[in-house]
Write a protein that binds this ligand. Structure first.
Ligand code: HEC
Length: 230
């Protein structure tokens, strides 16, 4: 039969397609059951973190940074546990990236702090002398887009049952509730409350003053997002 197939390219191609499609299905099907299940310790993004995630996307940070730790010793030694599919359950879209000009950022929240990010984003070379990462000074004056982040939250909560305002299990055995505002005004208030905690560890006076006035500069949202990557 295989001899016959080899002489009939069309049927051979069909056979190859069937074999690959079958193998593909065997690989993919178990993931439908598993992949969308968040692993314990994965919480949905708060409004401020989502706004920061949008700053990350808008500035193409993902062009130079991956968020995907591969299961190799060299990577796990440097970045921590390799990435699990369930950790991306609330990432829409995921930001795996395809190129590492800079380091992976999947768990950067475990080893960098708010003030480190503040100094680094303002002038990377001042923190890491040989850095080729560009400075992002405009993040200190541009305002974060809380409205869009809130609209996203509403959508994912409705269509993908993202558990906002519900307890989600954490690694320490406790639970965490990520709040989502019932109105745009409440979403702004929640984001501001969180922003105040972030700026407490920052030193840029203009940024601090802006938050005190009730505004949220992009840098604050971005740092909240980077701190959430664990
Ligand atoms: C042109 C490529 C490039 C772009 C774009 C870029 N980075 Fe980087 N990034 C780097 C390089 C190279 C490093 C390593 C040197 C350093 O620490 O500055 C780095 C380092 C970092 C680090 C430190 C990570 C660690 O483990 O020490 C963080 C955090 C970071 N970048 C965040 C960002 C964010 C957020 C953006 C978007 C606003 C961004 N980067 C955009 C190239 C880039």
């Amino acid at each position: 039969m295989f001899h016959w197939l080899e002489k009939h390219p069309f049927f051979f191609a069909v056979g190859v397609f069937v074999a690959i499609a079958f193998a593909g299905l065997i690989e993919i099907l178990p993931n439908f059951a598993q992949a969308s299940r968040p692993v314990i310790g994965t919480a949905p993004y708060s409004t401020l973190e989502l706004a920061g995630r949008n700053v990350y996307i808008k500035n193409s940070c993902n062009a130079c940074h991956s968020q995907l730790i591969r299961p190799f010793k060299s990577e796990t030694d440097r970045y921590g546990h390799y990435s699990l599919s369930g950790e991306y359950a609330y990432d829409r879209p995921f930001l795996w990236g395809s190129k590492r000009t800079g380091p992976d950022l999947m768990r950067v929240g475990n080893y960098r702090t708010t003030d480190w990010h503040e100094n680094h984003m303002k002038n990377p070379a001042a923190v890491v002398p040989s850095s080729i990462m560009p400075a992002y000074s405009w993040l200190f004056t541009n305002k974060a887009d809380i409205d869009t982040a809130y609209a996203e939250q509403l959508t994912v909560a409705q269509f993908f049952s993202v558990p906002y305002n519900k307890p989600v299990p954490m690694k320490d055995g406790l639970t965490k509730v990520v709040k989502m505002g019932k109105s745009v005004a409440e979403a702004h208030a929640l984001a501001l409350e969180e922003a105040k905690k972030v700026v407490a560890d920052m030193k840029d006076q203009d940024v601090k003053d802006a938050v005190a006035r009730g505004e949220i500069p992009e840098i604050v949202a971005l740092i909240a997002y980077l701190n959430s990557l664990k």
